[in-house]
Design a protein around this ligand. Structure first.
Ligand SMILES: C[S@@+](CC[C@H](N)C(=O)[O-])C[C@H]1O[C@@H](n2cnc3c(N)ncnc32)[C@H](O)[C@@H]1O
Length: 287
């Protein structure tokens, strides 16, 4: 059961979203119109969807128990917030990227073709996997603080990908880099390496998915770090922007940032672009 105040906030923020949101018809920016019509609303059934579905079914049946170290803001379900031992099938239903958003990930990465991707919050690997299947040639770094979750997912991802990657696009080592670290330590190490002139750490990311530690002030801190890791054509996706009042407040601050030009609120995900050729504009779009 979801706590009453969380439930009330979700209800009121979702009603506000529905009231303010539009579909493609209300969008005048060609960049956003194309994204919405050719990617968000693309109805084609891509072969990756079936693979993702099979893997979700496997995890959805898993009674495996992980001793979890909670690095983030917990889960919406109160039972899970306190508990340190979590059943994989519960973790899947309470905190993983949903099947619908996994499919959107496949379309998004096929549409933008990012080469260098960072995910903050690996969890059971649902985002990592959708991205990898969508764009096998990209390099993905995914950061997870909980060591047991990290190990469980590392083994699974290797097993799944060895079975599912197309024969003409085998997984090359180094293309998925799973890192067991807190987000703060990861950024700290990256900036130290950059100072030490290590080429790999001065590379900017084309896509960053922030999906962990859903807390307003923490999200703002990570966004400051993220801004140093992007270029003008990068896309940043922030998960659960309306998870709580403090997350909505953080999102409202982020979209006002002068470096941000286009921002899109899809209720669950906030998408941010830094395109210099585009006038600053905010969109609220139903996906
Ligand atoms: C919502 S889940 C991520 C879901 C995943 N991205 C997916 O696509 O299914 C958040 C994950 O981030 C991790 N996490 C949260 N805060 C963190 C932090 N500050 N440092 C490292 N990991 C963190 C949690 O342990 C959890 O596994």
């Amino acid at each position: 059961m979801i706590k009453l105040d969380t439930f009330r906030y979700a209800l009121s923020s979702y009603s506000k979203f529905l009231w303010r949101s539009t579909n493609a018809h209300g969008i005048h920016s060609p960049f956003v119109y194309d994204l919405v019509t050719k990617c968000f609303y693309d109805q084609k059934k891509y072969p990756q969807y079936a693979i993702l579905h099979t893997i979700r079914k496997e995890l959805g049946r898993s009674n495996h128990i992980i001793q979890v170290l909670d690095f983030g803001a917990g889960s919406r379900a109160p039972g899970l917030q306190k508990s340190q031992t979590r059943r994989v099938k519960k973790m899947l239903s309470s905190a993983a990227t949903s099947a619908k958003r996994q499919r959107l990930f496949v379309r998004l990465v096929q549409y933008f073709e990012p080469e260098n991707i960072l995910e903050l919050g690996t969890h059971l690997g649902m985002g990592t996997l959708a991205i990898k299947l969508g764009i096998p040639e990209a390099e993905i770094t995914s950061v997870e603080g909980c060591q047991n979750t990290f190990e469980f997912t590392k083994n699974n991802i290797e097993r799944w990908l060895s079975k599912t990657m197309p024969a003409d696009k085998p997984l090359k080592s180094g293309q998925i880099k799973l890192v067991n670290s807190s987000f703060a330590e990861y950024f700290e190490k990256r900036s130290k390496d950059r100072d030490a002139q290590q080429k790999i750490s001065s590379q900017k990311f084309d896509l960053i998915y922030l999906d962990g530690h859903h807390n307003g002030p923490a999200t703002l801190d990570y966004f400051e770090q993220i801004k140093r890791q992007v270029h003008k054509d990068s896309l940043v996706i922030i998960d659960d922007i309306h998870w709580s009042q403090s997350m909505t407040a953080a999102w409202n601050k982020i979209i006002k940032d002068p470096q941000v030009t286009v921002s899109i609120d899809t209720y669950f995900w906030g998408l941010i672009f830094f395109r210099k050729e585009q006038a600053k504009e905010h969109f609220v779009v139903r996906v």
